[in-house]
Design a protein around this ligand. Structure first.
Ligand code: NAD
Length: 143
């Protein structure tokens, strides 16, 4: 079974982050600019939360608040649910399903962030692996 480090090797190790004292508006601007759905919130180098479009929808819009007056730290999901790069892809998908989350920051042995995977990354990888297996079986049957 493939592991998260194999996904990160292809996807890359860049992680978009926000400071806890950034405004929600600043966070949303970064999400839009980079076309991603979540930011890891870092206090210095320590991951302290995850800020997502869902947090904005539920904790700002629905409460009639303004994104310019609310800070990322006030609405981020915390503590962060994170994993290490040696985790199998299907186990990571199981964590996302069980915890109802769409992003998993990947940490190294020192607790430093080394990447992030989304539910889309995992589904894409699983579909590619299944396609590979199907092609192998077709080759076996028809050759
Ligand atoms: N074709 C692809 O390679 C691919 C991969 C993933 C997602 N998608 C599509 O994007 C859409 C939304 O995807 P999603 O719900 O999985 O989440 P998303 O929009 O947050 O993720 C899109 C991509 O951005 C990356 N990303 C997200 N947050 C990041 C961050 N803070 N720092 C660095 N990278 C970050 C993800 O790992 C993923 O590769 C879906 O339509 C999905 O099908 C496509």
């Amino acid at each position: 079974m493939r592991t998260l480090d194999q996904i990160l090797e292809i996807k890359g190790y860049e992680v978009l982050t926000a400071r806890p004292d950034a405004t929600v508006f600043e966070g949303l601007s970064l999400l839009a600019e980079h076309e991603v759905g979540a930011l890891v919130v870092l206090d210095a180098v320590q991951p302290v939360g995850l800020f997502s479009e869902r947090d904005y929808a539920r904790k700002v819009i629905l409460k009639g608040l303004s994104s310019r007056n609310v800070l990322v730290r006030d609405i981020m999901a915390s503590p962060v649910i994170s994993v290490t790069a040696t985790l199998a892809v299907d186990k990571a998908l199981g964590i996302m399903t069980d915890r109802r989350i769409r992003h998993l920051p990947v940490l190294d042995g020192q607790g430093q962030i080394t990447g992030i995977v989304s539910i889309g990354d995992l589904v894409k990888d699983i579909i590619a692996e299944q396609q590979f297996t199907i092609e192998q079986l077709q080759h076996y049957i028809y050759s």
